[in-house]
Design a protein around this ligand. Sequence first.
Ligand code: 5AD
Ligand code: SF4
Ligand code: FES
Length: 372
Amino acid sequence: MEKTRIQSDIMDILSSPSLKKEDIVPILKMGSKKEMEALQSLAMEVKREKVGRGVYFRGLVEFSNVCRKNCFYCGLRKDNKKVSRFRLSEEEILNTAAFAHENRYGSLVLQSGENQSKEHIDFICRIVKRIKSQYNLGITLSCGEQSEDTYRRFFRNGAHRYLLRVETSSRELYGKWHPDDGKHRFETRLDCLRSLKNIGFQLGSGSMVGVPYQTYEDIAGDILFLRDMEVDMMGIGPFIEHSGTPFYRSEAYSIPREERLNVTLRMIAVLRILLKDVNIASTTALQVLDKFGREKGLMFGANVIMPNLTPTIRRKDYLLYEDKPCLEEDAFHCNSCLSARIACVGDTIGYGEWGDPLHFFRRINRSSPLWL
Ligand code: 5AD
Ligand code: SF4
Ligand code: FES
């Protein structure tokens, strides 16, 4: 494809071996229609070439909202006493796995708030093992910070991917987004990510866009962080306010609210162009800001969609942010809705495939010849 002037400029910047935050910021600010189109078609070209037009489904099961943390942005924070706390039963979770299996989803994401109790860890190990032996689905866990031993147990029981968003790669900003109580340490976050990688998980991470105090430089820093941490899968979503949190009606925005969706899309495009063969999710939060937010995510380079499989009666109790879509819908409805959305943008669904990111295999081949 013949490149336009804007596209050649973007490629020159992003292919530089000494790429710096300051170089990325102007791309994150490319707001004109022409610039957005240039970025979008570049990202699409890289996606087509490096990962193809197949979109992988990961059935999302939000299996418990019990959380020990108090992140200033999140509706599930411990001090939000309005939340009715729950954990799905093993049978309920197995039913979601059966649905995923019947509908030929390659894998399942089991997500919960952060709970380090032995009872909860044992529960997770048991359920992972049961799903694995009954359905052999790929299993991704997203259960927050845990000890290295715990991560190892998860791995041994059959989970092979783990999602832990760094939230922000800036230590200073991390401090502004979380209480200073010893439970919310940036260092711990980094240690967890390193442990997960050492154990052999396919590593997922990511960040939010447009949170109070965050600047374009911070977002550029997040992009470089994900590159340097060699993350295989990313989830990037716009920040959405929740009335039960300290960040509700904050005045401390550096990035204008109305820019949040487009900055997120530009960040997805930059990640695709820069990192090429990673998996990138088109997150539900995108859809809160725009009816076609998830379609747009796919058009800016994302290749993973996470249909919600959480039983409908529990969905309203898992509000990380307000105005979350699909609260009244069930797994069947979301399944057909998302299939239509994917077809709309000309992508196809990678049915029955685990959809492991090529990036992971390239990474382990390089670091350990034993895997060759
Ligand atoms: N808006 C958008 N995303 C949020 N998350 C938590 N709270 C919010 C919010 N208010 C994201 C965090 C977390 C993921 C599970 O949800 O990035 O890692
Ligand atoms: Fe808990 Fe995660 Fe929400 Fe923080 S973002 S309060 S760890 S559920
Ligand atoms: Fe749930 Fe569209 S994805 S209704």
